[in-house]
Design a protein around this ligand. Sequence first.
Ligand SMILES: *Cc1c(COP(=O)(O)O)cnc(C)c1O
Length: 392
Amino acid sequence: MKKKFETRAIRLQNKQSDEREHSVPIFPTSSFTFENAEQMRAVFADEETGNIYSRFTNPNCRELEIKIASLEETENAVALASGMSAIFGALMGHLKAGDHLLCSRAVFGSTYQVLKNWLPRWGIETSFVNGIETETWAAAIQSNTKMFFLETPSNPGLDIIDLEKVGDFCKANEILMVVDNCFATPYLQRPMNFGAHLVTHSATKFIDGQGRVVGGLVAGTEEYLAPVQRFLRNTGPSLSPFNAWILSKSLETLAVRMDRHSANALALATWMQELDMVKNVRYPFLASHPGSAIAKKQMSQGGGLVTFEMEGGLVAGKQFLDNLQLCSLSANLGDTRTIVTHPASTTHNRLTPEDRQKVGITDGLIRVSVGLEHVEDLKADILQSLKIIPIF
Ligand SMILES: *Cc1c(COP(=O)(O)O)cnc(C)c1O
């Protein structure tokens, strides 16, 4: 019988040396040796598996790849230097000049920039669609459409896109479905089971979970992953053995961390809904979230992100950040430490105000990446910060 998620995340180890170490060691080597010329030929010809050179992979990356493929319930995965290189690799592996893709409008800021400003330089055009208004997608399809790229829950608006509907749509139109699963992680949501061809991750976020390294992953079936592996092999955005080792260790605690992130975030969101000083508290598993029914269908818990809007907009939002004593001001998310950001002035400041409006980023929007501190301490910090804002 296939082992459970937690067990696979811990026990899928790749290597043990003659020392029989319990914890897998780090392999800091740029290249690998071969028994003889024939074995070297066979490995280069893909007839035998083996390590060649750390730009392609290494034992630490391979362990991380084996684990994430298993956790995402697919065949294989490839580790890359960052979430953005993973996304870029998935795009470049499958698209060429003259192709067109659809993308849900509410995506990570740099993903939007790649699609809007970089890919057109190589003749690849993107139509941004509203991920929630499923009935509008068909009109955006062109004869050269090859892919639907989406993010759910989205950053930072926490929109929920119906993965089952995307799966059916992509199948009917014979296009690839690529899902950025960064916010949910494979513990809470597995897009492959809804028909995704590839899943991408910024491993920098909840997969590391402790704010230490930058990394990325693409998972999928052998057929769709192979071009992404070739992209990595030839262009070189490789993950270092050290970062891969950290990320593989991190996966050992992913399940317990996501349980607590989700419990803390739900408790905090439920409590914040009752406060007069904030409005539009958003959390995928709150009944007030317009996508809560879909979220409950495709996610096992709501994840670690909560957003809300400050009464008083930009000025009050900045004062709120300045008054916080415990929560960190940082651009990251998915850390043990609670992080508060103001997307309009930071991660999404390169978008025009109109584009921000389209994806629901108002001037007063605050994003909280709820950490693993005790939730009562988080409530106390948020309350003391709100209370000393002059307008209240
Ligand atoms: C952070 C993030 C990325 C980019 O990942 P990096 O590791 O920073 O390159 C992509 N998608 C989402 C949803 C993210 O939050």
